[in-house]
Design a protein around this ligand. Structure first.
Ligand code: GDP
Ligand code: MN
Length: 398
């Protein structure tokens, strides 16, 4: 789960990480009032969306950048007026952008150095890892590609926690003098504590700024949380902002479906994450593009199957549906019943390709056949994918 920058700042601040003064505004008037209450003479106004790259982004109406530096509260109001209600497009939002419903108004920081700092879960070592670089402010992926030696990765033993020597090592790598390690070390420990206590999958501070006055502050923060641990953090769940989520993902979450929206036009319904991944690959190999990942799981109920199928049918980008089921615990006849129920209440709008194998496959096929639904059967995996690709492009199979 993602949260907004202003929310991440609050969490970091409570954990003991210094952040610039500021507050969130939902209207241009509120934005101006916040600016007037800040004891400073230059301000930053930042569009709040669940995506990075705002500084280099632009709004759908052509207005430039989601991060503006201005001099007066009146200008803060003008910028906020442009941003709120608008849609910001960055290289992380996709071409449709994300709606801006609020802006963060803060004191502008005088930056001496922009650093990069993140704590993420490293799946290969199974440990948290600190990623640090002096090349902050820009995409870490770009640094990794062009200048990998400019990045330090410090793996933390989850049982031991962040050791003082590791905090010093990272701070020295970030260019702090040996006489000035206290502030960055304290910050690292605070950020690590937050990462563990809130079950984060990512704490990213980019840039971590060293100010002209020598302070170390988190100018931008992105926090991600492990969805599987959210049940023990009600206070984090409350930070959710549905306006920033793909509506398809929200509908799927409501039915506890393992669903991820993608950009293609072939809807997929598969059981088992491995088979679902393989199905996406097969569709790509056959020259098509999947509209989603959907694993209905081993123990799906008929109601879940119906909900899953409805979700695919409601997706207007979907031009064909590929149902690829290997009945193990999930029985093929139950799958067929769920599909038939969904199609009865909502007649199919696009071709449906069905490949069934496994437990009760004969009963399942029989049910589908007798239902009179216009289904396209497939025996093999690649055959199914090819039929789905052909159907989605309107070539054959109809
Ligand atoms: P992002 O583009 O979404 O990552 O948004 P950031 O908050 O990281 O802002 C982008 C860039 O704007 C930063 O790398 C800084 O160079 C600049 N910036 C952001 N806040 C301030 C500020 O308070 N003062 C100054 N001088 N620059 C800032
Ligand atoms: Mn940033």
């Amino acid at each position: 789960m993602n949260i907004h920058e202003y929310q991440a700042r609050d969490l970091l601040s409570s954990a003991g990480v210094a952040v610039p003064r500021g507050a969130v505004a939902k209207t241009a008037e509120e934005a101006e009032a916040i600016a007037r209450s800040l004891p400073c003479n230059s301000f930053v106004v930042k569009a709040q969306v669940h995506a990075g790259g705002r500084g280099k982004g632009h709004f759908v109406d052509g207005y430039k950048s989601g991060v503006h530096l201005v001099k007066t509260p009146h200008q803060v109001r003008e910028v906020a007026k442009h941003m709120i209600g608008n849609t910001l497009i960055t290289h992380q939002t996709g071409p449709e952008g994300k709606p801006v419903h609020s802006v963060l108004v803060g004191e502008s920081t005088e930056i001496a150095r922009e650093l990069y700092l993140a704590i993420v879960l490293d799946r290969s070592s199974g440990c948290p890892v600190i990623v640090a670089s002096q090349q902050g402010g820009m995409e870490i992926e770009t640094v990794a590609e062009k200048k990998p030696e400019a990045i330090l990765r410090e793996v933390i033993h989850p049982g031991l926690g962040l050791q003082p020597y590791q905090a010093r090592k990272v701070s020295i790598f970030l260019g702090f003098p040996s006489t000035g390690l206290r502030a960055p070390c304290r910050l690292l420990h605070a950020a690590y504590r937050l990462f563990i206590e809130k079950d984060c999958s990512q704490v990213e501070i980019n840039p971590l700024a060293v100010t002209k006055g020598g302070d170390v502050v988190a100018l931008d923060a992105k926090l991600n949380f492990d969805d599987n641990a959210l049940f023990r953090h009600k206070e984090i769940q409350d930070l959710q902002d549905p306006s920033q989520e793909d509506p398809r993902d929200l509908a799927a979450a409501e039915h506890h479906l393992n669903y991820i929206g993608l950009e293609g036009n072939i809807g997929c319904m598969v059981n088992g994450a491995g088979l679902a991944m393989a199905t996406l690959d097969l569709i790509q190999a056959a020259g098509g593009k999947p509209a989603n990942f959907l694993d209905v799981g081993g123990g799906a109920s008929e109601a879940m199957i119906t909900a899953a199928f409805r979700l695919l049918q409601a997706d207007t980008t979907v031009q064909a549906i590929f149902v690829n089921i290997f009945g193990g615990i999930l029985k093929c006849d139950l799958l067929a019943q769920g599909m038939i129920a969904a199609c009865r209440s909502n007649p199919p709008r696009v071709p449906i390709i069905v490949r069934l194998q496994g437990t009760n496959v004969e009963q399942g096929r029989k049910l589908l056949k007798e239902s009179g639904l216009p289904l396209i059967p497939a025996e093999g995996l690649l055959e199914g994918a090819e039929k789905a690709v052909a159907a989605a492009s309107g070539k054959k199979g109809m």
